[in-house]
Design a protein around this ligand. Structure first.
Ligand SMILES: [Mg+2]
Length: 272
């Protein structure tokens, strides 16, 4: 009887501790998994799909046609023509940084981003160098307007030099100098110093016009409809499923943990 009682207590304690252990691990796993699940598919598509590569070629082939069109009849105007390029996920492939976040289960941290930048090895995205060199051959100035911080300029230039990007110098880099992520002031600066911007390329709507700086989903969609004739003409947009203002829309500027973000994303899924 005594043996049976002791055995019963032992089994009960085992079940209790097993349950507690699984429960706490399960919570952590859910948070980590929601982050991984969210990013893994996007990063795999970005790194391995032929569709991604084709879409980049398509965007830059279109950019070349659009540039030719936009330069027509402007030969005699005095203003120097310029194209404005975003950098991250428009020209440089940072998907290995996203991959690091997935495999190590970490969130974005400035030190890991800096570690990646300092390597200076992000690869040029398909078709971008051909387009940039074509623009240069047409005597069009190239400006890189990026929300990288000014203290990330040297590592960016090192990366550009590694792959022979044209106009890779500080004069052609307009990086973020304050907390304002809008690129409008920097675009206006180019107009003020007498450039005519004939084409803008980016993976985020805010890369091409301040009309898209409002981060509310409906406002962005309305603006896209309003400017629909500009896409493929003056604005060249490239798909980025990994991150962007499009996914920040779901969080409405709130500081959420991964589980809350997961819930916010799922709350926005349209289903029948
Ligand atoms: Mg970008």
């Amino acid at each position: 009887m005594k043996i049976l009682l002791t055995l019963g207590l032992f089994v009960s304690a085992f079940i209790l501790f097993s349950f507690h252990g699984n429960h706490s691990d399960g919570g952590q796993q859910t948070a980590t998994n929601s982050k991984s699940e969210y990013l893994t598919q996007s990063v795999l598509w970005y790194e391995h799909s032929g569709e991604m590569r084709a879409l980049y070629y398509q965007a830059y082939n279109l950019a070349r046609f659009a540039l030719d069109e936009n330069l027509k009849g402007k030969e005699k105007t005095t203003k120097q023509k310029a194209v404005v390029m975003d950098i991250d996920e428009t020209l440089l492939d940072n998907s290995p940084f996203e991959g690091r976040m997935i495999l190590s289960g970490i969130e974005y941290t400035p030190s890991v981003w800096k570690e990646w930048l300092n390597k200076g090895c992000a690869k040029p995205l398909p078709g971008c160098l051909e387009f940039l060199n074509y623009a240069k051959s047409k005597k069009v100035e190239i400006f890189y307007i990026s929300n990288r911080a000014e203290n990330e300029m040297d590592s960016t230039l090192k990366n550009f030099a590694k792959f022979n990007f044209p106009c890779a110098d500080k004069e052609h880099m307009l990086f973020r100098t304050d907390k304002n992520s809008s690129k409008e002031t920097r675009r206006r600066h180019l107009l003020d110093i007498n450039y005519e911007i004939v084409l803008l390329c980016g993976d985020n709507l805010g890369d091409v016009s301040a009309a898209f700086d409002n981060r509310q989903t409906d406002a962005r969609l309305d603006s896209v409809d309003k400017y629909k004739t500009e896409f493929g003409k003056r604005f060249i947009l490239i798909p980025n499923p990994m991150y962007g203002d499009w996914d920040k829309c779901f969080y409405k500027e709130r500081k959420l943990n991964e589980q809350q973000k997961d819930s916010a994303r799922k709350a926005n899924v349209v289903a029948f």
